[in-house]
Design a protein around this ligand. Structure first.
Ligand SMILES: Cc1cc2nc3c(=O)[nH]c(=O)nc-3n(C[C@H](O)[C@H](O)[C@H](O)COP(=O)(O)OP(=O)(O)OC[C@H]3O[C@@H](n4cnc5c(N)ncnc54)[C@H](O)[C@@H]3O)c2cc1C
Length: 464
């Protein structure tokens, strides 16, 4: 056992510190196949905020990098280990501490799985909306640290819209409570909001208070088949222009449907190159009219087939296929996942540019999208072991980022900067804005021990 490991075990209690290389191997990286990762020194599974504070203080004193980790479903390399780091995992901090029906809020530990929180809320007639497609696995801590989006965000917003308050241990080793429990509150700067989406680089989140909504209304599903992604993109713009606000508007292309079918044998239709899936949860006749309007927008934009589904099971199967698209494609070869977000009016133009980029770089690009948000996930797939294809894919990835910026968009809609979007971030943000980021990092993590190398490069945080 090294001196550092001995010191950690003494500070935290040996049973919470894992050094077994076999176990550590499973904590080296997230789901971003292309992002580099290092070898952790140790894994720590704290049981409470006090232990997290002790851990941060130990790492601060010994200048050991510390990488917070939820379920490791991230798609930007944000939870990837750096050499000699301590990975802190919240598997043992997974309790729903409180659900307050009258105030419509819940207080949770960071390791609670997204679907588990939703199920716990449903028992009280309440609903936690943010629903990343990774909801069966991803944790609230990871969702908050990445400001995760999801399927219903087109109507109900992203994780940030639901975080009222949180507790975190900063890179200074201080435990702070940020935000509030009240419906409104503007005391001081929005430091709670700052922590949301900070990707483990400003603080280790140890507790989260989330806003809840009343239980959701039943939804109708509208499906449309299209013979090109660009036509499907035009249908998205048509739905937005019509004033309809679907509770989901997702795009899945043939590559994804075929990959899911080959894996799960779900009997998915092969009649379309692209499928748009919308959900409408407006109650009563107004909802019927809204669903019919979405169908008509699909048809007017050039759908080869469009209908309000009468078969709930079939509708659910299509949404399940959408959720499974990413892991299904991963079975075909290494996947480089994009996450650009563009104004919804330019979705067709962005999709056309992605097609051109695929052809120009001779790479296979499959498409899934939270199309109603303009949040596109072109998935660049390369044959395993084909280094030339990998290089072409990397170039295509960067072209897509530049195209998104050129169209008034952003390089990451929900997955975060992590390791994969650092070049994109420095292109998108102006030098003064990047300086503001560095100043915030230096204030909260002066020695750069929290998730170093993520979002920023190198020694961006000068020691104070
Ligand atoms: C099949 C699939 C579907 C997906 N669909 C979506 C989607 O629809 N929408 C979406 O937004 N994302 C999606 N993702 C990406 C991913 O699930 C999200 O980014 C999710 O929020 C990550 O949660 P996690 O618990 O796995 O966190 P991890 O991947 O473990 O970590 C993510 C980041 O959060 C930091 N972090 C984790 N816990 C803490 C903590 N307690 N304190 C401080 N920092 C912390 C990590 O350091 C890292 O930077 C998908 C991923 C997959 C594999």
């Amino acid at each position: 056992m090294t001196d550092t490991a001995r010191g950690l075990a003494a500070a935290l209690g040996g049973e919470h510190v894992v050094l077994d290389p076999g176990v550590l191997a499973a904590y080296r990286h997230d789901e971003a196949e292309w992002a580099p990762y290092g070898e952790p020194l140790a894994l720590v599974r704290p049981r409470g905020t006090g232990q997290v504070r002790e851990l941060v203080r130990y790492c601060l004193e010994h200048r050991i990098p510390l990488v917070p980790r939820g379920a490791g479903t991230g798609l930007s390399g944000g939870a990837n280990a750096v050499d000699g780091c301590v990975v802190v995992s919240f598997e043992a901090m997974n309790a729903v501490l409180e659900i307050d029906r009258e105030e419509r809020l819940a207080v949770v530990q960071p390791g609670v799985v997204n679907d588990d929180l939703r199920a716990a809320c449903a028992e009280h007639g309440l609903w936690y909306p943010p629903d990343p497609a990774s909801s069966p696995w991803s944790t609230i801590g990871g969702n908050v640290a990445t400001n995760a989006g999801g399927m219903c965000c087109a109507k109900y917003g992203v994780t940030r819209d639901y975080v009222l308050g949180l507790e975190a241990v900063t890179g200074r080793g201080e435990t702070v409570r940020l935000g509030r429990r009240t419906a409104k509150g503007v005391t001081g700067y929005d430091l709670c909001g700052l922590m949301v989406g900070s990707e483990g680089t400003l603080g280790v989140i140890t507790e989260v208070t989330v806003r809840l909504r009343p239980a959701r209304q039943p939804e109708r599903t509208v499906a449309g088949f299209f013979d090109s992604v660009v036509t499907a993109g035009e249908a998205v713009s048509a739905v937005v222009a019509s004033g309809a606000v679907p509770s989901a508007l997702e795009l899945v292309d043939r590559h994804c449907l075929e990959a899911v079918d080959a894996w799960k044998n779900m009997g998915l239709s092969a009649d379309a190159d692209v499928v748009l899936l919308a959900r409408v949860d407006t109650p009563g006749e107004a909802g019927d009219a809204e669903a019919a309007g979405v169908r008509d927008s699909f048809a007017a934009a050039g759908a080869t087939w469009a209908a309000v589904s009468a078969d709930q099971r079939e509708a659910d199967a299509l949404f399940d296929a959408r959720r499974l698209a990413y892991p299904a494609l991963e079975r075909l070869g290494p996947v480089l996942t994009e996450d650009v977000c563009v104004p919804r009016t330019v979705v067709p133009e962005m999709l056309a540019r992605i097609e051109k980029t695929a052809a120009a770089h001779d790479v296979l690009i499959a498409n899934i999208a939270h199309a109603g948000d303009g949040n596109l996930h072109p998935l660049i797939i390369t044959p395993a072991g084909d280094e030339r294809a990998r290089t072409r894919a990397q170039r295509a990835f960067e072209v897509i980022l530049d195209d998104a910026i050129a169209l008034g968009g952003t390089v990451t809609g929900e997955h975060g900067v992590g390791l994969l979007k650092k070049r994109g971030m420095s292109t998108e943000l102006s030098p003064p804005v990047l300086d503001m980021h560095r100043a915030v990092k230096a204030a909260l993590d002066p020695h750069g021990i929290l998730n170093p190398g993520k979002v920023f490069d190198g020694a961006e945080a000068p020691a104070s």
